[in-house]
Design a protein around this ligand. Structure first.
Ligand code: 5AD
Ligand code: SF4
Length: 449
């Protein structure tokens, strides 16, 4: 028998709350577009929505607990306001723990996995009829085919080109929640990018859990990798910038390195996670590279594009990591001098091999290692920003700053830059970078003529 609750009114307003990675942001936008197509409007700022979609992340600690506390908060606020919202749980926690959520949280009407959210309108119909609906099937391409055309968009947009992961790093839940690697077809991507540009996008960030594993066939039937796709997108008039994330070292090829040297619209920024600087730990993580092979790869990118900004992900406190092994991670940071990076304490994910490995590291040890690592990364980020002072570059304006006449945008190296000028959102303003802080720079707009 299907789980049921009382029939409900069709929601008139929605809010999508996305947590975690950029792909969740993309998925959240697409769910919003689907709901808008059903005639449901975004809830005005500060108002309760009739339908709340919690678009969850499962990558680290306490994700599920956070979902339950968010649900509790929504129910409480709804009771106080005299109208409880309809709640949908989407994203990777929905995929991993859907049945449990249905059992534990009666206030949830819909559980929808990341590969099934195109079916949200149909599930909504069932929820209105009083049925509680779960869909965690994994037909990834069907999802994209079923989504509506892209709507009006800001100057920067995400475009999912690849989804899923076959790498099975031993700490990571993604291969289980997002499924196997799939690439969206070349022509669909060119068409969606075109639509995004028509809708106002100046910059497109290509997304994939292993974005550089993307492969496809161009319109002449030729085999293409991500570099070929980027070259095709670079031909779109009105598109000024292309970025991509996240790459895996094992899937990097000569064509991507060459593209960084040759394609002007491809921004000089590379996010290439290394996770650890120690080969024993890398092996235990099932990463298919060594510290040395990773460094060699970065060297080749620097040869092709000397000003490239490098970024990475790190995990401290992987099971069995010794002090000396952790110091190898500090060493690789010293060697690379990242412009930006993301670092995390290892978090055991249920069902992953590392969660049952011997040698789980004490929380205090992880805290201390993370602090030391972040001190080194912050030092390098500030140094990178300081070394940019005096350079001229273009800033793509994304939003207003706090003060009148102040605008915030991004440099080609993904730094946040404040400028004071007659700019507007979406403008590309030539600036001289004048002052640097750890998280942003000040730019002086150059007279355009
Ligand atoms: N614990 C801590 N960090 C993790 N990441 C992935 N899984 C875990 C985990 N179990 C980090 C990796 C990855 C980034 C997206 O999240 O650094 O690159
Ligand atoms: Fe997770 Fe590794 Fe796949 Fe990245 S490459 S999504 S860390 S399994």
């Amino acid at each position: 028998m299907k789980p049921t609750s009382a029939p409900r009114n069709t929601p008139r307003t929605y809010r999508v709350k996305s947590f975690g990675c950029q792909m969740n942001v993309y998925d959240g936008e697409r769910m919003a577009e689907l709901l808008a197509e059903q005639g449901i409007a975004p809830a005005p700022e500060g108002e309760e929505a009739d339908l709340v979609v919690l678009n969850t992340c499962h990558i680290r600690e306490k994700a599920a607990e956070k979902v339950y506390s968010d649900i509790g908060r929504l129910v409480k606020a709804g009771k106080a306001a005299g109208r409880e919202p309809m709640i949908a749980v989407a994203g990777c926690v929905a995929q991993a723990e859907g049945e449990e959520i249905m059992a534990r949280a009666p206030a949830v009407s819909m559980v929808v996995g990341p590969q099934a959210y195109h079916r949200l309108p149909e599930m909504l119909g069932r929820a209105v009829a009083g049925e509680r609906a779960t869909d965690t099937e994994m037909p990834p391409i069907a999802k994209f085919d079923a989504l509506p055309a892209r709507r009006k968009i800001g100057p920067t947009a995400f475009l999912t080109v690849q989804e899923g992961c076959d790498k099975f790093c031993t700490y990571c839940v993604v291969p289980y929640t997002r499924g196997a690697e799939i690439s969206r077809p070349f022509k669909d991507l060119v068409a969606e990018a075109q639509k995004l540009v028509e809708a106002g996008a100046k910059e497109i960030t290509l997304l994939g859990q292993n974005v550089n594993a993307w492969s496809g066939e161009d319109d002449k039937g030729g085999a293409q990798g991500l570099a070929g796709l980027i070259r095709a997108l670079a031909a779109i008039d009105g598109l000024a910038r292309i970025r991509y994330t996240t790459s895996h070292p094992a899937d990097m090829d000569d064509a991507m390195i060459a593209a960084h040297g040759e394609v002007d619209k491809l921004m000089p920024y590379l996010h290439l996670p290394v996770q650890s600087g120690n080969d024993r730990v890398l092996k235990a993580m099932n990463r298919s590279h060594t510290a040395e092979s990773y460094l060699r790869l970065l060297e080749r990118f620097r040869e092709a594009r000397p000003d490239i900004a490098l970024s990475g992900d790190f995990i401290v406190g992987f099971p069995g990591e010794t002090e000396a092994e952790f110091e190898d991670t500090l060493q690789i940071v010293d060697d690379v001098r990242y412009a930006q990076a993301f670092s995390f304490k290892y978090s055991p994910r249920p069902g992953t091999p590392a969660a049952s490995m011997d040698g789980q590291i004490a929380r205090e040890v992880m805290d201390e290692r993370l602090q030391r690592l972040q001190a080194a990364l912050n030092r390098d980020q500030l140094a990178f920003n300081e070394a940019s002072v005096g350079k001229t570059c273009e800033v793509l304006v994304e939003r207003r700053g706090k003060h009148e006449g102040q605008w915030l945008g991004k440099s080609p190296w993904l730094q946040s830059v404040f400028i004071e000028s007659q700019a507007g959102i979406g403008d590309i303003v030539p600036v001289t970078l004048a002052e640097a802080g750890p998280n942003s720079l000040k730019g002086i707009a150059l007279a355009q003529g």
